[in-house]
Unconditional design. Structure first.
Length: 173
């Protein structure tokens, strides 16, 4: 067992895992996550449905950042998508190299991954992030559907009309 104040593992360490609209990288290589989100609304037409299993290119980016700590070498990053139905699909994988961190524990890797999600219906999705054999975190996000423009108004009129009694419908005309 590790003594108090000492850790038995030497890294790498997860520094950040979040979904944002975009990532800025300045000339000094400092990154900024812009507009962190956890709910994404997808506009659709009533006639257009998204087929289950179809891939949705979302206008957001997954930011995953690691610090090397005292670890030097390579580790396999795996990210698994878990849909609202519980179905699990590989989302992203890459071998990360922590050899270049030298003697700097704060060195590491930053990844910006564009979100292309396999559609499993509206609801809560999870991204499970693992490095080597360790699951490090889970990032939740919700996908919602919203009807766009005229179809939304037409659907609202139809819904309101359905709730009227026959006498109310005659008076509405």
């Amino acid at each position: 067992m590790a003594k108090a104040g000492k850790r038995s593992d030497r890294g790498p360490y997860l520094s950040a895992a979040l979904i944002c609209e975009r990532i800025l990288t300045e000339s000094d290589r400092v990154i900024s996550a812009m507009r962190i989100v956890d709910t994404i609304t997808i506009s659709t037409d009533a006639e257009t449905s998204i087929p289950k299993g179809g891939v949705l290119p979302l206008q957001v980016t997954l930011l995953v950042s690691f610090k090397a700590g005292h670890f030097r070498g390579k580790q396999q990053l795996n990210i698994t998508l878990v849909g609202p139905s519980g179905k699990r699909k590989p989302f992203f994988g890459a071998e990360l190299d922590f050899s270049g961190a030298g003697d700097e524990p704060e060195g590491g890797n930053n990844l910006g991954i564009r979100m292309h999600v396999q559609w499993d219906g509206p609801g809560l999705y999870w991204l499970e992030i693992s490095l080597g054999t360790r699951e490090l975190t889970r990032v939740p996000f919700r996908l919602k559907l919203a009807r766009s423009g005229a179809n939304k108004l037409e659907a609202e009129k139809h819904r309101v009309g359905e709730n009227l009694t026959p006498g109310q419908k005659r008076r509405q005309k």
